[in-house]
Design a protein. Structure first.
Lengths: 295, 1198
């Protein structure tokens, strides 16, 4: 079962075009949706999660039309929104149980079992009787994934789940995601390249509502191999290089700027070719092509 | 720095649209109230002008309280909360400003904004009054002072009071809900004080505890006359000053507390860290070895229902944990318990805490129900979005109706719990007063039909508003708009219940008649409104927000997708209920019965006057005999009467036309047949007025027979104002149901404002005292003088039917009961017909001549508490009156109970219908005024004053019947009970008179010219007559009355006036006291008597009292303009001590001639004095009766 997104477009009343003719095929497995803030990831995710209408285009999940058969889709959907809150004075166990009922798990024995299992799975067992108001950001995020996993969903959408988590929590969270079944489509949107690198079998880069690249991470790396160049420069040279080269990223090493430049050939003196990582893929898709276009 | 923060706050507020919206509200509401007749706040009416200072200050207070409370909460609660919500708090708190600077700046900035907003009312009201279309007759010359004075003395202090309290709530809790809860608390204080104010004994407390000073304002001006209301601003003195100081002090305290407890550090530490310490009994479980089990996911209707109830339960628990909810609940119960202290008190006497009165008490919770509905429909609809869980919920696989219906049922659970709590509160109140007849069935029946349906309907409305507006506060505001719109629609003539949302019209409960005929109306209107509510629910469902897109157009687009088959079925079903029941209601109220709104009623009254007034004084024959056969059908609420009038031409002109006026009740149909040929010459169907031309005119002295059939047929049900006289149990109606003769000025419009609208001239309320037409009519009717009456009544076999007259025969026939009554001497043309299921108590009273009078009380089973008091009242009255006035003219006297839809007792010949409410359920304690006894004595008094001595239909006539009946009752009380009870009674009477004149709409009359003004002929009459007999002796008054009766009893040639009666009083009044007649009856005279200083010294065995008094005497004109006149009066000077129980005891009471405004008295008494004063018992009418005596102090010798 694939998720087939075809020609999806959406413009908000304020003129922002959040999706431009998006076409994507998302197979079973972990799928990474990479893009900067404001790229249209959340719009896309919410549309797939039946919460929003596109202006045009279609989304098919196997035989299901996501845009019209919402109820059917919701039955097999697990959704963790980018930002969400909880009832501060309700405990995790109670709220999860309540959500399980709404998910259609009306047999109380089964419900108890799955709620307990998910709480254990997400390491919230110890704190299950605590009011959610006292949870830390990471615990809350784990609670979020627990509710998304109720009733063994076949389509799981997690929107920027690692934003704001400390490294330990982030690891714990990614481990949890990595255990999700092989028969499930998991769409993970993020602006953190590492997340995708560690988890995803397929990925897409999206910016300003447009899909810039799709494929496996290794194909993407292969694609830019030998085209990423590096140079250490001084601070006052940055503007200069930006004007003359395809600077896709600048970082610092021991206080000194290092720039990465996208180029098919040696861009100039002092540049050395580097082994690209996913971050270079991401930045070259987002910035590299822009500069090309200007040039 | 304070300055900077202050400026920042102001700048911020200046940019917020809310500030201007608030200002607009504060401007527009008073503007409309001032300039538009359809919206009224406060009470300009009659002679009180629209822009009278008293009216302006009252309006300002109300506007400050009602929308003002909400706006003040919005402005003053937010400044600190805002910093927390926008997360700018930590930015502020790390800058080098101090706590004082921060709080002062924020407070002052917001307060100034609030002052700006509230100042809107000055300009709104002033411009409203200046609008060119306002009738200049209703206005005084414009004066800005009348607006500024109350704004600065009342509105600004109120604003400061609210500001301090709200600022504290907001700053310390950082939660808006806490601020709103404080608002509810302030409202509760206000409502409690309103209740206190209605009880004469706790008015001072009320005036002090009212945070808005509305009660204080009204208390300070309760005795103000029309002239004073038109000319004086309410001064900032006395209780008003104390109230302002107390509350502003509290507000200041709140600000100090804010300063002390405000935590000026950025981190908001979560206090609940230790909450999780509950011991975990479950074993530890390891994440990696746990497998997520597979579960069955259900779908379909049964699952949805389960989901819905899961949701309801979840939210129900949530509501019950809410602090504001619990606070409102406690506040509501506190109000109920408090109101129970004053509930149904008449003359300081409690009624039994019956279940129906508890149910009425529970209605004082209605305001809180509305608050709960407005708040929690908003909270529930927004709950997921407020906690930002909406996207999670919205992606769950349940249909839309589950959320909305689930939340609806959460409200239902909450209501059921609340009603159960209120029911228990009611039962607790009953049990605390030792009343155990709980009638749980009645509680359940009423609360879970009438109250619950009202709650559910408004919940539907709340959901609709929240769902359509998609903005919580706009949804709340929609409610306010809705209530105002309903009010305005009503004013515009759209009054039918079918347009008043949720109006179902369950009338009062009566032990005698239950909910009686109200039940079908109530049921049909419920079906109607629930059908409508179903539609609202369907619309709310269509437009409810689900998902990320909230713009209305998007939801509109989606709604098409949502119009599923079940929803369509539901909508159509609701539509069917709504329209089906609507048609049926319309058929009943507008086709079977006639529906008119109040504008149409007024117009029709005006047309009646314009068309037929010309016949007012036309000569008509008088009835000399009435024979009636009336069949009453209680179950159907019908009766059929076949009657015969014997008519006699008592005039000296020939009568060729008979003008018949039928009762305009639409249930009544009439047919008549004259003893001679007669044809209808002119018919005014719309006025039920018919002119018959007699073929053979009626010469002076000739007689004519008229046969008629009057049918009263109750058809279906009416929109409102259903007949409460012909009932399933407890029918009581009088002769006005039968044909009468000639134009009746009773149908004319009385209110001069309304008359003006209908282009009619102002109208005198009664004929002048020397009007010959009025002098030839008695007070009750111009259709007859005295007449012979015979009646045969029939009714259902379980009821007893009673009419004036002696029972000739009683029999059963064809399953109906018959009663034949006959009077053996002529009576006034005023008779009653009563039919109900009765128990009977019997007794006999024997006169000094040994004649027996049968006494009977017909009462509802179980209402036997006060039967002895009624019997005693009849006996004592008959004894006193027959000894001191004249013999009793009948051989029987009967009291019969009728349902409490109407609250009065009325004296027909030897027959006194007496409301359930008036005496049967009074719970009289030791020291209480024996209210049933008093009412009985008053009504028995009418057997003399009305039925023996009958007054003419002219000004001042009520001084004969009503004032003399009051005097009679007072004398019986005086002879039966201790003097204190009388004084307590007279205190109530004095208060009612002074308040009554303050509310006079047209003109206050002296007693001898009273124009149907109850506060004069009952209240002032009682006080004045008590004083008269005190000054000239009871015997003298009684001698005058004996002479009056001797000359005037049973006369038909001429009827007595107050002038005649005063003649008899003059005869028995010594010359030195003749001025009393002028002061008491012929003018409006008041005193301002005051004890100024009182001390005492011990001198040997005796005590020497030194008393300074002041006494001012006023004459008032009809508007209450008072001018002082010279005092030259005999007035009581009194000294009190205490008896062993600590009660007041008179040591000295003597009349002294008061000749100067300030006087000093030195009086020796034998016991230790405690109080002294002038006119200490309030025998004279006094502008401030409370300051006549004072506690005295011991003055050390030398």
């Amino acid at each position: 079962m694939d998720l087939q997104i075809s020609n999806l477009s959406k413009t908000y009343p304020n003129g922002v075009q959040a999706s431009k003719n998006v076409t994507l095929t998302i197979p079973v497995g972990m799928f990474g949706l990479l893009g900067p803030n404001g790229a249209g990831k959340s719009t896309l995710m919410r549309t797939i999660a039946t919460l929003q209408e596109p202006d045009s285009g279609s989304i098919m999940l196997g035989d299901l039309n996501v845009l019209t058969q919402k109820h059917e889709v919701r039955k097999i959907l697990g959704y963790l929104p980018q930002e969400f809150g909880v009832y501060p004075k309700v405990s995790a166990a109670v709220l999860l149980d309540h959500l399980a009922v709404l998910k259609g798990i009306t047999n109380s024995g089964e419900r108890k079992e799955i709620v307990e299992a998910l709480l254990v799975k997400t390491n919230l067992w110890e704190d299950r009787k605590k009011n959610l108001g006292g949870y830390s950001g990471g615990m809350k995020q784990r609670f979020g994934i627990a509710q998304a996993l109720l009733a063994s969903p076949r389509l799981i959408i997690v929107d920027e789940p690692t934003a704001g988590l400390d490294p330990a929590e982030r690891n714990r969270f990614l481990n949890l995601l990595s255990e999700l079944g092989e028969n499930t489509i998991v769409i993970l949107s993020t602006h953190i390249v590492e997340d995708v690198k560690e988890l995803c079998t397929n990925m897409a880069v999206i910016n300003k509502g447009e899909v810039l690249l799709t494929g496996t991470p290794s194909d993407a790396l292969e694609n830019i191999k030998g085209r990423i160049w590096r140079k250490q420069i001084t601070k006052d040279q940055i503007e200069n290089y930006k004007n003359t080269h395809n600077v896709i990223s600048e970082r610092r090493s021991a206080g000194k700027p290092i720039i990465h430049v996208f180029s098919d050939m040696q861009p100039g003196e002092g540049f050395t070719v580097v082994e690209p990582d996913l971050e270079d893929v991401y930045f070259s898709e987002i910035f590299g092509k822009n500069v090309n276009a200007i040039m | 720095m304070t300055w900077e923060i202050f400026k920042f706050e102001l700048k911020y507020r200046w940019k917020r649209p809310a500030t201007y919206i608030y200002f607009a509200i504060m401007f527009l509401l008073p503007f409309l109230a001032a300039a538009w007749d359809q919206l009224t706040i406060g009470g300009a009416a009659g002679q009180i002008k629209e822009n009278a200072p008293h009216n302006i200050s009252f309006m300002m207070l109300i506007v400050t309280a009602i929308p003002g409370l909400l706006l003040a909460a919005g402005i003053m609660g937010t400044p600190v909360i805002r910093d927390y919500e926008h997360k700018t708090a930590s930015l502020f708190f790390t800058t080098p400003i101090t706590k004082t600077q921060y709080l002062t700046g924020r407070f002052l900035g917001s307060f100034l904004t609030a002052v700006f907003v509230f100042s809107g009312m000055i300009w709104g009201m002033a411009l409203g009054h200046l609008s060119p279309w306002v009738d200049p007759d209703k206005l005084l010359p414009f004066s800005i002072w009348n607006y500024l004075h109350p704004f600065f003395t009342l509105v600004l202090p109120n604003l400061f009071i609210m500001s301090g309290i709200f600022f504290m709530g907001g700053a310390l809790s950082k939660k808006m809900l806490v601020v709103f809860t404080q608002g509810v608390g302030i409202l509760v204080m206000y409502l409690i004080s309103v209740q206190f104010l209605s009880d004469m004994e706790s008015q001072t407390t009320a005036a002090l505890m009212d945070p808005f000073a509305v009660g204080t304002h009204n208390y300070a001006t309760q005795y103000w006359t029309v002239a004073e209301k038109n000319s004086q601003v309410v001064p900032l003195t006395g209780l008003m000053m104390t109230n302002r100081l107390i509350w502003m002090g509290l507000s200041l305290l709140a600000l100090i507390l804010t300063y002390v407890f405000f935590d000026f550090s950025a981190s908001r530490k979560s206090k609940k860290k230790k909450a999780a310490a509950t011991k975990d009994s479950q074993p530890k479980r390891i994440a990696s070895s746990t497998v997520i089990p597979s579960v069955t996911q259900h779908d379909g209707f049964a699952t949805n229902i389960k989901q819905m109830f899961g949701m309801s339960w979840f939210y129900f628990k949530w509501i019950f944990k809410q602090v504001p909810f619990i606070a409102i609940l406690i506040a509501g119960i506190a109000i109920m318990l408090n109101n129970a202290q004053h509930w149904g008190k008449v003359y300081g006497v409690f009624k039994l805490p019956t279940t129906y009165s508890m149910l009425e008490l529970i209605q004082s919770f209605n305001l809180f129900f509305i608050i709960i509905i407005v708040m929690y429909t908003g909270e529930l609809i927004w709950k997921e979005r407020d906690v930002k869980m909406n996207l999670i919920y919205d992606a769950l696989p349940y249909p839309n109706f589950v959320t909305l219906a689930g939340k609806f049922f959460a409200m239902v659970y909450m209501f059921i719990s609340l009603l159960a709590i209120l029911m228990l509160t009611g039962m607790t109140i009953q049990a605390m007063s030792g009343y155990t007849d709980f009638q749980i069935g009645l509680y359940v029946k009423t609360l879970f039909s009438d109250t619950l349906s009202f709650l559910l309907l408004f919940t539907f409305l709340g959901f609709l508003f929240q769902s359509l507006t998609n903005h919580k506060f706009v949804g709340h505001a929609a409610f306010v708009v809705f209530f105002i719109a309903t009010m305005v629609f009503g004013q515009l003539g759209i009054e039918h219940r079918m347009f008043q949302f949720g109006s179902t019209g369950l009338g009062n409960f009566s032990d005698m008649n239950g909910y009686g005929h109200y039940v079908p109306t109530f049921s049909w209107f419920n079906i109607y409104w629930f059908g409508f509510a179903g539609l609202l629910f369907a619309v709310a469902l269509l437009f409810s927000t689900r998902g990320a897109e909230t713009a209305f157009m998007m939801r509109l687009k989606k709604s098409r997708l949502r119009l599923t088959k079940p929803l369509l079925t539901f909508g159509l079903f609701s539509m069917m209920l709504f329209t089906g029941s609507g048609c049926y209601i319309y058929y009943n109220t507008n086709i079977q019965n006639k529906y008119t709104n109040s504008d149409q009623d007024e117009k029709s009254q005006a047309d009646y006057e314009k068309t037929l007034k010309k016949y007012e004084d036309i000569a008509q024959p008088k009835i000399t005999d009435i024979y009636l056969e009336i069949d009453i059908f209680p179950k159907a609420r019908d009766f059929e009467a076949r009657g015969t009038y014997q008519l006699k031409n008592k005039t000296d002109e020939t009568i060729s036309q008979i003008h018949l006026q039928y009762n305009p009740d639409k249930n009544i149909t009439n047919s008549v047949k004259f003893g001679t040929d007669a044809t209808i010459k002119e018919a005014f169907e719309e006025f039920d007025y018919f002119i018959y031309e007699l073929k053979k005119p009626l010469a002076p002295g000739d007689s004519l027979q008229m046969d008629f059939v009057t049918k009263f047929d109750t058809k279906g049900f009416v929109e409102s104002g259903s007949n409460t006289e012909v009932l399933n149990n407890g029918t009581f109606f009088n002769n006005t149901y039968f044909p009468s003769f000639g134009y009746s000025d009773n149908f004319e419009l009385g209110d001069d404002d309304t008359r003006k609208e209908q282009d009619l001239p102002e109208k005198e309320r009664q004929r002048e005292r020397n009007d010959p037409v009025g002098l030839a009519q008695n007070l009750l009717t111009d259709d007859s003088d005295r007449l012979n009456l015979e009646m045969i009544l029939s009714t259902s076999p379980d009821q007893i039917a009673i009419a004036p007259g002696y029972l000739q025969k009683e029999w059963e026939e064809d399953g109906r009961k018959y009663f034949h009554y006959k009077m053996d001497e002529p009576i006034l043309g005023f008779f009653s017909v009563v039919s109900a299921q009765y128990e009977i108590a019997k007794d006999t009273w024997t006169s000094e001549n040994g004649e027996n009078v049968n006494l009977e009380v017909y009462y509802h089973k179980g209402h036997d508490l006060n039967i002895d008091r009624l019997m005693k009242g009849m006996k004592e009255s008959l004894s006193y009156f027959s000894k001191n006035f004249s013999p009793y003219q009948y051989r029987q006297l009967r009291i019969m109970e009728f349902p409490r839809y109407r609250s009065f007792a009325q004296s027909f010949p030897n027959t006194v219908p007496f409301s359930e409410d008036m005496g049967f359920i009074m719970d009289i304690q030791e020291d209480d005024i024996d209210f049933p006894f008093y009412v009985t004595a008053h009504e028995v008094g009418h057997q003399w004053w009305a039925h023996q001595v009958t007054e003419a239909n002219v000004k001042g006539n009520a001084m004969l019947s009503e004032t003399m009946a009051q005097y009679s009752a007072l004398m019986v009380m005086k002879n039966t009970y201790p003097t204190e009870m009388m004084q307590k009674f007279l205190k109530f009477e004095m208060n009612s008179y002074l308040r009554g004149r303050s509310r006079e709409q047209k003109k206050e009359q002296p007693l001898e010219l009273v124009e149907r003004q109850g506060y004069i002929h009952y209240r002032k009459g009682a006080v004045v007559m008590y004083a008269l007999q005190d000054y000239i002796s009871e015997d003298s008054v009684n001698i005058a009355l004996q002479r009056c009766i001797k000359d005037w009893a049973y006369r038909e040639d001429q009827y007595i006036t107050s002038a005649n009666l005063l003649g008899y009083f003059r005869e028995v009044t010594p010359d030195s006291m003749q001025y009393l007649i002028k002061d008491m009856f012929e003018t409006i005279t008041l005193f301002e008597n005051r004890a100024k200083e009182a001390t005492y010294q011990k001198s040997g065995e005796e005590y020497l009292v030194d008393l300074d008094i002041s006494s001012i005497k006023y004459r008032a004109d009809s508007l209450g303009n008072e001018t002082s006149i010279e005092v030259n009066d005999w007035i009581d000077i009194g000294v009190y001590g205490e008896d062993e129980n600590g009660k007041d005891k008179i040591l000295y009471l003597q009349k002294h001639k008061i000749t100067k405004e300030e006087m000093n008295f030195k009086i020796k008494v034998k016991e230790k004095p405690t109080k002294a004063g002038i006119d200490p018992i309030n025998k004279l009418i006094d502008r401030n009766p409370d300051d006549n005596r004072m506690r005295m102090t011991l003055k050390e010798n030398g």
